[in-house]
Design a protein around this ligand. Sequence first.
Ligand code: NAP
Ligand code: G4F
Length: 337
Amino acid sequence: MSRVALISGITGQDGSYLSELLLDKGYTVHGIKRRSSSFNTDRIDRIDVHPRNADARLFLHYSDLSDPASLTNLIRDIRPDEVYNLGAQSHVRVSFDIPGYTAGITGLGALHMLESTRAANVGARFYQASSSEMFGATPPPQREETPFHPRSPYACAKVYAYWSAVNYRESWGMYCTNGILFNHESPRRSENFVTRKITRAVARIEAGIQDKLYLGNLDAVRDWGYAPEYVEAMWLSLQQDRPDDYVVATGEGHTVREFVEAAFAHVGLDWREYVMIDPRYFRPAEVDALIGDYTKARRTLGWAPKTLFGDLVRIMVDADRQLLEDERMGRLVRIDR
Ligand code: NAP
Ligand code: G4F
């Protein structure tokens, strides 16, 4: 019998890579998609086989993290072996504009997923997508024991979700694991996170269809890894004898300025001629530096990053150049291939 997984956030960057990983491992994958007035399944269209097809192993269901009854019904029907809660309002800057909504989806939504999983009583293992943003103002290197000091409504909501997962583990004996993931990127990253905003702009500037790139704080330090490798850590964290919490990172920090410089240099351009600072992109409170210590993940899960900063920048810039070329040639456009 194939194992069954349920993924909230399946239409996002990580959800798409995780679905591919689980399908490759022979799982049947169910995903929650929310109602949207426009198509929101671009990232998984390549693997979506119509359910009427006999070999379909990926199934999408309308539900929402704000609707606990629908989550409970779904989990009862599907009877998953593993639940991955990746759904969130995941943009830090936006969370300052919509703090209540962010708390509802990113924080309380995780509780709804936990409670629905408990109520279904099917023994499912639970993965919570926790974030290095929870460390916030606490200086690097950050590891599992590092105190949290959240600096945004998003990070506060993630702290609530983190402790809810720990609480369900301690109260109900559920197998709940937090992956404390540092920033991870890919050609499927949404265009309003800084890495993709930069690589997309570099491709467009090189092609002559964009003049300038407006950014905020260039001094922030982030530990950027490659998303397809990070979803492997998610899966591994649910295959252990007992539940636990893991930092997943590269251990390398780079400033936003370094990312900009490397991305422009990759196409032979000098970033200083194109990048402008727009204070609109500053945050009311910034997280200055995140650099993770992934010793525990390496020791326990046998996980280590393979793609580091320079390769990540090149992969993302080249993917955005290819995307533009495909558009220009009128070819079928995929976010990456
Ligand atoms: P993402 O691309 O922004 O995807 C978020 C997903 O959540 C999307 O599928 C989105 O659906 C879904 N979603 C939003 N609101 C929802 C709601 N009300 N009900 C159900 N689903 C909802 O994020 P990601 O980069 O893949 O990250 C996955 C998870 O890891 C998130 O929880 C994020 O906070 C966390 N995380 C990410 C990173 C990182 O660097 N990427 C690091 C640490 C933690 P739509 O497609 O319809 O918008
Ligand atoms: O790319 P960002 O928006 O990512 P941020 O805030 O680090 O959050 C991401 O990583 C977290 C894990 O640490 C996740 F939990 C979260 O869901 C998300 O995936 O910003 C990175 C840095 C920030 O310091 C920001 O101030 O880039 C700086 N930045 C400078 N100019 C900008 C811009 N960020 C964005 N989004 N847009 C800019 O124009």
